[in-house]
Design a protein around this ligand. Structure first.
Ligand code: SF4
Ligand code: SF4
Length: 374
């Protein structure tokens, strides 16, 4: 596997769910979290241009960059060329804004944010690949890579076309390991095939695996009553070979302390522990879901460009975890550059194309009820 030349511990601090106070990031609490994290020898921080409308990048300047020597940590951020910019200059300016907001002169890790489907085209369109290669040559980026939430085939396409990418950031968790939509295992295997170091995002599935349906939680609690539910999820991802670090979007000092308690002296899951996780995964898989395989056949003929598989992915998570706030947040993200379920004109073209015979119109109506109506 390619060597990033870093000694990075297996837990990274994801900065997208920072603690809030009066609608603003609670900087004092973030400072405490940063101090604890560094004290235990952890060094990797991951933000993005879009997190909290830029507040996340500004917060890490105050809590970390202004308070610690530059060689004590690695900072990663990301550019989402598909989210807003109308011109190449506007897209490229996102990089300069991130430098200014964070206060560093060089990013240790820089990512093209959330490649896949139509979004990848924006990076081509605005010349971002070449622009970032130049920034790397000129010393403003140490390692260049990308994050992706799409299928293994699409990941392979990008890795084939861009061998210069040094690492990938993928959503990997035990619940989605065999999922036909998220394809955690398949994506992991593609990254390994191309010899790319992996940074794991969403190991706890946006918090869902810390708040499991009771029969599933019971399987984990019986195996280790003292271990938190999220510790199983983070240790699962961190145990995979080729993983540089596992990002956890920590929102409080308490969460940070729990994560540090088992990651400071990280031990990979034993075969017995892996068998317990597999049992929990199978129990989750038995909960009824919309049987969408993310093949995208339905998308080609849809006159309203509705994010059909993305909407079903969100609804499936909602059916499992009943976390409405997260479901609505991700739904807005999924539909930020596509049609919403409520745009459906019931023409039926998608149902003709769907190999799984899903009653798409009916399922979209249910999605409108759950995800869009107040
Ligand atoms: S029925 Fe709705 S979702 Fe299906 S193709 Fe027509 S507009 Fe798109
Ligand atoms: S065609 Fe059916 S299975 Fe394929 S993505 Fe669309 S809804 Fe899902």
């Amino acid at each position: 596997m390619a060597d990033l030349g870093e000694k990075i511990k297996k837990l990274g601090f994801g900065l997208m769910r920072l603690p809030m106070k009066n609608d603003k990031i609670d900087i004092e609490q973030v400072k405490q979290m940063v101090d604890l994290f560094l004290e235990k020898g952890f060094t990797y921080f991951d933000t993005a241009h879009v997190y909290n409308d830029g507040q996340s990048e500004a917060a890490i300047k105050k809590a970390l960059v202004d308070r610690y020597p530059r060689d004590k940590y690695q900072l990663a951020t990301k550019l989402a060329a598909w989210l807003g910019p109308q011109t190449a200059k506007e897209a490229q300016d996102m990089f300069w804004t991130s430098l200014e907001r964070t206060g560093v002169e060089c990013f240790d890790f820089y990512l093209l944010h959330n490649l896949g489907v139509g979004r990848t085209d924006s990076f081509e369109h605005f010349g971002i690949w070449d622009f970032l290669a130049r920034q790397k040559q000129e010393g403003r980026i140490r390692h260049l890579g990308f994050s992706m939430h799409a299928t293994a085939d699409r990941l392979e396409e990008v890795l084939e076309q861009h061998p210069e990418m040094e690492f990938v950031q993928l959503q990997i968790n035990y619940s989605d390991w065999e999922s036909g939509i998220i394809q955690s295992r398949k994506c992991y295997e593609v990254a390994r095939k191309y010899n790319k170091p992996i940074i794991v995002m969403e190991p706890v599935k946006g918090g869902a695996l810390a708040d499991l349906p009771e029969p599933v939680a019971d399987i984990l609690r019986r195996a280790a009553p003292e271990a938190s539910l999220s510790s199983w999820a983070i240790r699962f991802a961190a145990s995979l070979e080729g993983v540089v670090t596992v990002l956890s979007g920590m929102s409080s000092v308490a969460q940070m302390k729990d994560n540090l308690s088992y990651m400071a002296d990280f031990k990979p899951l034993s075969p017995d522990e892996l068998a317990v996780v597999e049992k929990a995964r199978s129990a989750l898989a038995e909960i009824p879901q919309i049987p969408c395989t993310d093949c995208h056949y339905c998308l080609k003929g849809c006159p309203k460009h509705i994010a059909i598989p993305g909407t079903f992915k969100v609804m499936n998570d909602y059916l499992l975890y009943h976390d409405l706030n997260t479901a609505r947040y991700i739904y807005n993200w999924e539909t930020s550059s596509a049609g919403k379920a409520s745009d459906c004109i019931e023409c039926g073209q998608c149902e003709t194309a769907c190999p799984q015979s899903i009653p798409i119109i009916k399922e979209l109506a249910e999605a409108v009820r759950v995800l869009e109506q107040q």
